[in-house]
Design a protein around this ligand. Structure first.
Ligand SMILES: O=P(O)(O)OC[C@H]1O[C@H](OP(=O)(O)O)[C@H](O)[C@@H]1O
Length: 326
């Protein structure tokens, strides 16, 4: 952070650290935590005047923004809250910012419930769903199908390197859904048993491309080859406004130790522990082209990927700047 930036509340710094280390993860959960952190900053501020308050909130937004680059729900959340800052006094600004953050968090929850109902309509009684990673939006679709009395089974991909498939499997088992847990490499074999591929998204581009956990694109290509429809569950907060003006979505590269932990390094390097010829890469996300996606399910209904841009224009207008720009 710039040296002339105001200090941020320790809770904001802690939230940022938890997002960066993935203690807090998942695009919607990150957005929720970021909005809550801004509310805390507003609540605890000792800013002397409105200008100082605004500077503090913008500084807090920057600290949160700089944690992970791919999930657009984070800047979209920050922008939403900061645009609600209104008032001529610090106490008015505080109240409006806290209220705006609460509104955001309520709407986020409602959008996920609504999206779940839309997605559940695509699932028939007895369907088998293959999942990748852990997505609360995707799980909302399954939960709504269960609530509607449908029997659903799941094939859950482990999702290396962090194995978030385990979180999905645990949640599904808590709901009583029969789960078959598989390694990622087994996905194509098990697609023959699946009626749907159901994944979430970290960002959706204006051309309908879906940015989601690494491995999603390969899964989608295999699903197309096998004739299994691919459904992406993504609240509109996952729509990436900058892609309307030609920007691409940054793909986060995470630490190589997630792929090759230090304790296992010698298995690969042998005696040469400083082998510079060994490169380990760990991209967290990939882009699934729209032609491999059958439907993007949002709280505003389902869309073929090619038409998502019309929804983006409705929601965002033509363009947007950084979250802290007016
Ligand atoms: O918002 P929800 O649907 O919960 O999650 C959306 C996506 O966020 C996750 O990213 P990460 O695990 O934070 O890297 C996964 O890629 C998941 O599909």
């Amino acid at each position: 952070m710039d040296e002339d930036q105001p200090a941020v509340d320790p809770v904001v710094a802690e939230t940022a650290e938890d997002i960066a280390t993935m203690e807090i993860r998942g695009a919607a959960t990150i957005a929720d935590a970021a909005a809550d952190a801004l509310a805390t900053q507003a609540d605890r501020t000792d800013a002397a005047d409105p200008a100082a308050f605004r500077d503090e909130l913008r500084a807090a937004a920057k600290v949160l923004y700089e944690t992970r680059p791919t999930a657009v729900s984070l800047p979209n959340a920050l922008r939403y809250v900061l645009r609600g800052m209104a008032g001529d006094t610090v106490s008015e600004l505080r109240a409006s910012t806290i209220a705006r953050a609460e509104e955001f968090r309520t709407e986020l929850e409602q959008a996920q419930d609504q999206l779940g109902k839309v997605g559940a309509n695509r699932l028939r009684d007895g369907d088998v769903v293959m999942t990748h990673c852990h997505s609360t939006d995707a799980l909302s679709c399954i939960e709504a199908a269960l609530d509607a009395g449908k029997h659903v089974e799941a094939i859950v991909k482990e999702t290396r390197p962090r194995k978030q498939g385990h979180i999905t499997a645990r949640q599904l088992r808590e709901w009583g859904v029969p789960v078959t847990l598989i390694v990622d490499n087994a996905a194509r074999r098990y697609l023959d048993d699946a009626d749907h591929v159901l994944v979430g998204a970290d960002s959706i581009a204006a051309d309908g491309g879906v940015i989601n956990k690494i491995g999603t694109s390969g899964l989608a290509v295999n699903a197309r080859e096998r004739g299994v429809p691919v459904m992406v569950a993504a609240q509109t907060i996952k729509l990436h406004p900058d892609t309307m003006t030609g920007h691409t979505v940054a793909i986060e590269m995470r630490d190589e130790s997630e792929v090759l932990p230090d304790a296992e390094r010698a298995d690969v390097t042998g005696e040469r522990s400083d082998d510079e010829g060994l490169v380990v890469e760990n991209p967290a996300f990939d882009v699934t082209p729209p032609r491999y996606v059958d439907a993007i399910v949002t709280e505003r209904g389902q869309f073929p990927p090619e038409s998502i841009v019309t929804l983006m224009r409705d929601l965002f207008g033509e363009t947007t700047g950084e979250p802290w720009e007016p």
